[in-house]
Design a protein around this ligand. Structure first.
Ligand code: UD1
Length: 419
């Protein structure tokens, strides 16, 4: 099992180009299933989750190839509708293949996603919505067996109780080639939803309203292939900005989605670092100790503060002057990284969905294990700012979402190795 060894205390300084978004790549790869013809995806990040998605595509008969950051997917040859349990379990987001397979073939057999690092991950909203679209769904021995009653799903009016990202994506994927019109009320407004819809439109789909809470999809018989560039990863952006802010450094982030990162940037600015943005660049300078954030940092659906950036900002604020308060409103178990940060000297108290972070003047290196993707990234940030050496194990979590993190850190002047 690989691990990261970090010698902390170096000032970080330099320029990084943001990788493509993981949370866009996965639904877009699933969407390629709907297309007759080849899809070429640029800026596709080389991540274990992306490779897991390509194995699912292979399993149903697609041809996928990667060259650097370009993925080519040909779904002409799809001839199966069942995804093995083993592949489904490799990645929780594999559930988005359900909507895509239904859109492509009118049927599929997938398996119930288990709980994950963030706690139970129910899919009740996904299933209820697809049922409304005339899809019969049976659960049997861990398998979910889905079949469109008339061979093709039917458009429907769907109101989500909560703007779930995954449920919105599954509905869009199923609706793009369903019969008639689908309306999603209280849809998720995350930028990755807009990216998925942008891709589908490039393939000939008729979708309006993405980025707003009502999305309207008019189903097309068939979609065609296209060439598309995946949006930059706003959470990876938030991670490197938090890292450099905490390490009192300087960063130029290029290929950045500035507007989409606004909910994060507006909080980061309150820590006292200088942040300047231009069209697709973010410049950050952090000379002195960060200030605690006065307002409570509440994670909310977009355009609220992103839950995925909670852990990385917490690592930075654990060294700030004063007390910051986080409120996690999206996932029940999203504070699992705090034990490791406390082991490294942070003063964090978790009370239900609230975490109280009292800034300390220094952290110390420690041996810790990544608990989940963003929690693992938070530990890297703490390690880079700590005095002494940190060893981070279970870095497979980190590799799910960060392309070569150690290389990026080294480029900035940090001392971090993978062994
Ligand atoms: C996606 C992102 C994840 C991000 C999250 C919230 C991907 C691959 N993952 O996850 O990084 O943290 O959005 O921005 O894009 N829920 C239900 N029933 C359902 C569906 C969801 O109760 O049927 C609950 C979940 O348990 C969770 C909340 O709704 O508490 C939000 O989940 P959702 O927006 O669906 O997140 P994901 O799509 O899983």
């Amino acid at each position: 099992m690989q691990k990261f060894i970090i010698n902390g205390g170096r000032r970080l300084r330099g320029e990084l180009a943001l990788q493509g978004s993981k949370n866009s790549s996965l639904p877009i790869m699933a969407a390629a299933l709907l297309c007759r013809g080849e899809c070429t995806l640029h800026s596709c990040p080389r991540l274990t989750d992306v490779y897991a998605a390509s194995r699912i595509l292979n399993c149903v008969g697609c041809r996928c190839s990667f060259s650097d950051n370009t993925a080519v997917i040909n779904a002409e040859t799809v001839d199966r509708t069942q995804v093995s349990e083993e592949l489904m379990r490799e990645m929780r987001s594999s559930i988005i293949f359900m909507g895509a397979m239904l859109g492509r073939a009118g049927e599929c057999v997938v398996s119930v996603p288990g709980g994950c690092e963030l706690g139970p991950r129910p899919i009740d909203m996904h299933l209820a919505a697809l049922r409304k679209m005339s899809v019969e769904i049976r659960e049997s021995g861990g398998s979910i067996i889905c079949r469109a009653v008339c061979g093709r799903a039917k458009g429907a009016k769907i109101s989500l109780a909560f703007p779930s990202v995954g449920a919105t994506e599954n509905i869009i994927l199923c609706a793009a080639t369903a019969e008639g019109e689908t309306v999603i009320n209280n849809a998720a407004r995350e930028p990755e939803i807009c990216d998925l819809c942008g891709f589908l439109r490039a393939c000939g789909a008729d979708i309006k309203g993405d980025g707003e809470s009502r999305i309207i999809i008019r189903g097309k018989q068939q979609l065609h292939g296209c060439e598309y560039t995946i949006m930059p990863d706003r959470i990876v952006g938030a991670t490197y900005l938090s890292m450099v802010a905490a390490a009192k450094g300087e960063l130029i982030l290029t290929n950045a989605c500035v507007q989409e990162m606004e909910p994060f940037l507006s909080v980061l600015e309150q820590t006292g670092c200088s942040v300047y943005t231009s069209e697709n660049r973010i410049y950050l300078r952090s000379g002195t100790r960060l200030r605690a954030v006065k307002e409570r940092i509440r994670t909310m659906p977009h355009p609220g503060f992103p839950t995925d950036a909670q852990a990385v900002l917490m690592a930075a604020l654990s060294l700030a002057d004063g007390t910051s308060i986080f409120e996690e409103n999206i996932f029940d178990c999203r504070y699992r990284h705090t034990d490791a940060l406390v082991k490294m000297g942070a003063d964090i108290e978790v009370l239900g969905k609230v975490a109280v972070v009292k800034g300390v003047s220094s952290l110390c290196g420690a041996n810790v294990a990544a608990t989940d993707l963003r929690g693992g990234a938070a530990m890297v940030i703490a390690g880079l700012c700590a005095e002494g050496t940190s060893v981070i194990t279970r870095i497979c979590h980190i590799d799910r979402g960060y392309e070569n993190m150690e290389e990026a850190v080294r480029l900035l002047g940090g001392d971090m190795r993978r062994v």
